[in-house]
Design a protein around this ligand. Structure first.
Ligand code: C2E
Ligand code: CA
Ligand code: CA
Ligand code: CA
Length: 272
């Protein structure tokens, strides 16, 4: 039994070592990709309700790996957060997104996902200001999407950086609402310009419980004068429900998938 235990331990050890090697290699490849345009952005349209015009697009990062093909962001953003590459990756994303949007019609905003770790970087405000200045994008056209995970640490630093971003004119969007650590207290103490209802609720529509939760979130947001976006809208039925419930903006495969820059330009031109 003892030697078996030792074997088991050695096996675990080897597996762990392999995994660490893989992550280190993947991390090095990601660093190289960031430096050499191995990553790019796709853009997904957000439509105003009920007008059905494109009022914003969300930048979604893509990594085309030479041998693994397309690696979805869910798999490498976490790695980048662990090894610190998120700062370079996030800066690249911000600059590229602002450059792209600067050429769009002025009523179309650009939404950029920002990791809580980026917000803790003392240089973050400067990075945003540089991306705006370099691209010429007006600050009010930049929406910064942060997830509820930000509230894991309800720190003064978080509050400060969000306030500073607001002061230079950017909008702060609370992403994936309803899945994490939000509380009514946080909604009151942070100034959000928009709340995005998480896809998991939208996809259960027209189930009554999901519909009740969305109705409650919308009436809460309305009482605080905060517009509501619903993400992950895939069916016309879901769209019609959200429209009835008074949702302000929708995003999802029904209306438009994430697409490369030349395609999003065409979509914007026909729907702006
Ligand atoms: P997210 O911010 O919630 O972004 C929306 C995700 O939902 C995107 O996945 C999008 O392709 C997908 N989606 C949109 N509409 C639908 C729909 O109707 N049905 C379904 N099933 N999915 C839909 P994607 O591009 O794979 O991104 C996944 C996550 O990776 C994002 O979730 C975001 O948290 C993160 N991410 C993406 N780009 C960045 C980035 O530049 N920086 C950071 N920090 N995170 C990013
Ligand atoms: Ca998002
Ligand atoms: Ca989301
Ligand atoms: Ca999500």
């Amino acid at each position: 039994a003892k030697s078996q235990g030792r074997n088991g331990f050695q096996f675990f050890d080897a597996a762990l070592r392999d995994e660490i090697r893989t992550r280190v290699r993947l991390g090095n490849e990601l660093r190289a990709a960031i430096a050499s345009s191995g990553i790019s952005l796709h853009f997904q349209p957000l439509y105003s309700m009920p007008g059905n015009r494109i009022s914003a697009c969300e930048a979604l990062v893509r990594w085309f790996h030479p041998t693994h093909g397309m690696i979805p962001p869910d798999q490498f953003v976490g790695l980048a957060e662990e090894n610190g590459l998120i700062h370079d990756l996030g800066e690249w994303v911000l600059r590229a997104a602002c450059m792209e949007a600067a050429d769009w019609p002025a009523q179309v905003k650009i939404a950029v996902n920002v990791s809580p770790i980026q917000l803790r970087n003392p240089r973050f405000l400067g990075i945003v200001e540089n991306a705006l200045a370099h691209s010429g994008l007006a600050p009010h056209r930049l929406e910064i999407e942060i997830t509820e995970n930000i509230f894991v640490q309800n720190s003064a630093t978080n509050r400060d950086i969000l306030r500073q971003l607001g002061r230079i004119g950017c909008s702060i969007v609370l992403d994936d609402f309803g899945t994490g650590y939000s509380s009514l207290g946080y909604l009151r103490s942070f100034q959000f310009q928009k709340i995005k209802i998480d896809r998991s609720f939208v996809q259960e529509l027209p189930e009554r419980s999901a519909s009740g939760i969305i109705r409650a979130i919308i009436s809460l947001a309305q009482s605080m004068d905060i517009p509501i976006t619903a993400e992950g809208v895939e069916t016309h039925d879901q769209w019609a429900h959200l429209n009835d419930l008074g949702c302000n903006q929708v995003q999802g495969f029904l209306l438009g998938r994430p697409q490369p820059s030349d395609m999003i330009r065409q979509s914007i031109m026909s729907h702006a």
